[in-house]
Design a protein around this ligand. Structure first.
Ligand SMILES: [Zn+2]
Length: 65
């Protein structure tokens, strides 16, 4: 179940369109769970590991910075 927030009136709703303002709502993400940050971290780790496997020199450069 997704919760959306209307950017116009600021109310939370389960609709993708605010039934009050009739504007598209944005998916509300509670600050306590930041799924985007968590997955972003894993993406960066995966990218780093991939680069390290393919290019040892690149790994050294990243660490020395
Ligand atoms: Zn609204």
């Amino acid at each position: 179940m997704k919760i959306f927030k209307c950017p116009s009136c600021g109310k939370y709703t389960m609709r993708e369109i605010c039934n009050i303002c009739n504007v598209p709502t944005a998916e509300a993400k509670p600050p306590k769970f930041s799924p985007e940050d968590k997955y972003g971290k894993y993406r960066r780790m995966a990218k780093f590991n991939e680069g390290a496997d393919n290019n040892v020199e690149n790994k050294v450069i990243i660490i020395s910075k």
